[in-house]
Structures are given as structure tokens and as C-alpha cells.
Design a protein around this ligand. Structure first.
Ligand code: SAH
Length: 283
């Protein structure tokens, strides 16, 4: 069941005893890469995380599907146990597809897993995926960079290994250094994150968006401000997984909410940044 490619293109063959560490994108199966699809078609076993949409497993009907995430309130398997399971499966001669939500190397512990595999002499291939902090926001009509808004974007985790707000983060520097912040795993500690950002001088009126289960049919988008974000999340009853975006880029959703446009609604504001699109001027 290899993926047939147009003439002149070859897809890598998934050899027995290999582990391919692969990003599944944020949810919508259409956001898988061709390499991911090629891997799904050839795998003997798919070891997948909680953030991988089950529909994606339908693309690997021939494979055994092993769940390696948290479910039903049970604690998640230890990272070391997952990595060693991958080693064991590879040594059994399986084609092991390790499927992770988004991109495996973005807040996904892919680096740790890959390291363990290499330390155990298991051959690996890495297949990047579309990260929720970019693709998820795009599905909400929010570009993570925009010429009139930001020259940098910062991806932040709202958790550290202990599950606390990362105390090692320099919130002052982050606040001052980047006009747009994209926060992963931020829901639990959003109140503290908000305090840090306000204390560092970000404006209470700064636009924020919270996008949950982005790119799936359950996607929800909350538009709010730093001032009201905590109350609004509670009021809307939003639950993780969520990407939180802070910065003027969020305003672009007023013109780029393409799912709403496709449903026949007009854009709310054709020029939310109060400038033209730049087409008239040379860049
Ligand atoms: N490797 C993943 C991130 C894993 S960390 C990636 O590149 O996207 C888990 C966090 O990712 C979640 O807490 C949430 O902040 C974010 N996330 C992943 N999938 C998401 C989705 N479909 N919608 C919103 N947030 C998502």
C-alpha cells in the first residue's frame, strides 16, 4: 500500500526495524504531509498520542494502532516507557510509525524520543508536521506574522515539566521582545500568564484569541483582550487543547475568518489594522 507518486518522484520505503517520528498536524487529516501519508500507508504499527485525531488512523487500516496518551483520567504513560516501547517494537522488526500531534519537534517531546531511539541504535526518520500554533491559527484566520504587525513571533509553553507556569521563562523579555505571542498548553495557567504579561507592560486592551480543537469540526474561537481573557474563557466554557494568540495579528481575523466567509457571511472589517493591504505601495 505504498503511495503512488507521479513519474520522477520517489517516496521513501519504510524498512522493517525503523521508527519514523511523524507530525500528524493539528487535526484535519488534510493537513498531513505526503510523507506522513506515505508512512501511514506502510506502517505495521502506529503509536499515537492523545492529540492525534482518530480519523487520521483510518489512513493506516493495515496497521496495529497503539494509544500512548492520557485517557479517562489515568496518568499518561511515562515518557521513558513510551520511548522504550518504540525500541522494543522496532527490534521486533516492525515498521513503527510514531505519530504525534502537530509537529513532533514543537513542544512534543519528539526530541527526547528520537534521542532515545538513536541511543538504542534504532534507525529513524523525522517527518515534520504543521504545528497547531501556526496551522491552527491559520484555520481561525489569524496570520502569525503580518508585515504591519510583527517582525518576530514567539512560541511559548504555558507549562513546564512539573505542570507549573514555566518559572524559568523571562516574561519581561518575552513581552518586550515579540509583538505576537503564541502560547501552547496555556489554559491551565492563563490567569498567571496574563498577570506576567500585564506586569511586563503589555496593554490590557491587547487583542487575544483562544482557538480550541483547531482545524477539527469542533474548532471554537474566542476573541477577547488581555483584560478579559480569563473571564471570557470561563464564560465560554472552553477546554484544552487550545492555542492562545496575543497581539494585533488577532485583529486580522476580522477580515480573514475564511470559514465564516465561506459560510456566506461578510467580512466584519476589511481593514482591521487601519492600513491598506500594502498592495498600492512597493514593499
Ligand atoms: N507538537 C504539537 C504541540 C504539542 S503540545 C504541535 O506542534 O502542535 C500540546 C498543545 O498543543 C496543546 O495543549 C495545545 O496548546 C496545542 N494544540 C495541539 N493541537 C491543537 C489543536 N488542534 N487545537 C488547539 N491547540 C492545539
Amino acid at each position: 500500500m505504498e503511495l503512488s507518486a507521479p513519474p520522477g518522484h520517489d517516496w521513501p520505503t519504510f524498512d522493517a526495524g525503523w521508527v519514523w517520528l511523524c507530525g500528524a498536524g493539528p487535526g484535519d487529516p488534510g493537513l498531513l504531509t505526503l510523507h506522513a501519508l506515505n508512512a501511514l500507508r506502510q506502517a505495521d504499527v502506529v503509536v499515537y498520542d492523545a492529540l492525534v485525531q482518530e480519523a487520521i488512523l483510518d489512513w493506516a487500516p493495515q496497521a496495529e494502532h497503539i494509544y500512548a496518551g492520557k485517557r479517562g483520567g489515568k496518568p499518561s504513560p511515562l515518557q521513558r516507557d513510551i520511548s522504550l516501547r518504540l525500541v522494543q517494537l522496532a527490534r521486533e522488526g516492525k515498521r513503527v510509525l510514531r505519530l504525534k500531534g502537530g509537529d513532533p519537534f514543537v513542544f512534543g517531546r519528539g526530541g527526547e524520543e528520537a534521542q532515545t531511539l538513536v541511543q538504542h541504535d534504532i534507525p529513524i526518520r523525522i517527518i515534520p508536521g504543521i504545528s497547531a500554533g501556526i496551522g491552527g491559527l491559520a484555520y481561525a484566520g489569524i496570520p502569525v506574522t503580518h508585515r504591519d504587525v510583527n517582525q518576530s513571533v514567539t512560541f511559548v509553553t504555558g507549562h513546564d515539566q512539573s505542570g507549573n507556569t514555566p518559572s524559568s521563562l523571562d516574561w519581561q523579555a518575552i513581552s518586550k521582545g515579540s509583538q505576537v505571542l503564541v502560547i501552547y498548553m496555556g489554559m491551565k495557567h492563563i490567569a498567571q500568564i496574563r498577570e506576567h504579561l500585564l506586569a511586563a507592560g503589555r496593554s490590557p486592551s491587547e487583542p487575544c484569541a483562544v482557538v480550541t480543537t483547531a482545524t477539527t469540526e469542533h474548532q471554537q474561537v474566542l476573541e477577547t483582550t488581555l483584560e478579559t481573557i480569563v473571564d471570557d474563557i470561563a464564560q465560554a466554557n472552553l477546554a484544552p487543547p487550545a492555542i492562545i494568540c496575543i497581539g494585533q495579528a488577532v485583529l486580522m481575523r476580522q477580515v480573514l475568518d475564511w470559514q465564516s466567509l465561506a459560510a456566506g457571511n461578510p467580512a466584519r472589517n476589511l481593514d482591521p489594522l487601519g492600513r491598506d493591504s500594502g498592495d498600492a505601495e512597493s514593499a
